[in-house]
Design a binder for this molecule. Structure first.
Ligand code: FES
Ligand code: FES
Length: 227
């Protein structure tokens, strides 16, 4: 009759490796990997933009207008607009949520159109007019969209909010300009509706799910309701 497994004495059978040995080997490997990782402050390869591996490229000059003021930078051509804004110009209102065009937290307005700043290289925006959340309003003089988000509690943690607000401002202009969306039923008459807002803002994800309040805030601004 075979022994029940629980009747085996503790420890490995001949020719087997103990569970403790496996765990200790794994832990040592993980520790070595962590020491080499940038987060742990270990050795890192030469600085390169977040978008690519390999050594830095010779910097190139980039000039554009940011929130109404001219800026001039010398950048590795692989640096994204988001990284240039946050790391070089220290405007950290635009957030890095996913760094791959999925969340909208990095939304800024370039030449009147909203874009994901993580998906465009800074050098591609040479000569452009760039507006970030810092350029829309000030704490003392909020942009109407900012005031409406406050009035409607259009946020909880706030991480997505700068992108939501920049997106909403440019989105209302898209409707005014007659640009249709997938939700537009009459292409000759593009008009505001909650359905349009939900469709057009679908690229801006809110992990806190403040969506009803975000739509309410945008609706107020579209209707000219003061906050
Ligand atoms: S950080 Fe750009 S879309 Fe998520
Ligand atoms: S308010 Fe937290 S992610 Fe939108």
């Amino acid at each position: 009759m075979r022994d029940h497994p629980c009747q085996h004495p503790p420890g490995p059978l001949p020719g087997q490796v103990s569970r403790r040995a496996v765990l200790m080997t794994g832990a040592a490997g993980l520790a070595a990997a962590n020491l080499a990782s940038p987060r742990a402050g270990g050795a890192v390869p030469p600085a390169a933009p977040a978008t690519g591996a390999g050594p830095a490229s010779p910097p190139v000059p980039v000039r554009f207008t940011l929130n109404g003021k001219p800026v001039a930078l010398d950048l590795d051509p692989r640096v994204t607009l988001l990284d240039a804004l946050r790391d070089r110009l220290h405007l950290t209102g635009s957030k890095k949520g996913c760094d791959q065009g999925q969340c909208g937290a990095c939304t800024v307005i370039v030449d009147g159109r909203r874009i994901n700043s993580c998906l465009t290289l800074a050098v591609m925006n040479e000569g452009a007019e760039v507006t970030t959340i810092e350029g829309l309003g000030t704490p003392e003089n909020l942009h109407p969209m900012q005031a409406a988000f406050v009035a409607h509690d259009g946020y909880q943690c706030g991480y997505c909010t700068p992108g939501q607000i920049c997106s909403a401002v440019a989105m209302l202009q898209e409707i005014k300009d007659g640009i249709p969306s997938h939700a537009t039923e009459d292409l000759e008459s593009v008009a505001f509706s909650d359905t349009e807002v939900r469709e057009r803002m679908s690229g801006n994800i809110c992990r806190c799910a403040a969506y009803p309040n975000i739509v309410a805030a945008i609706r107020d601004v579209a209707d000219g309701v003061p906050s």
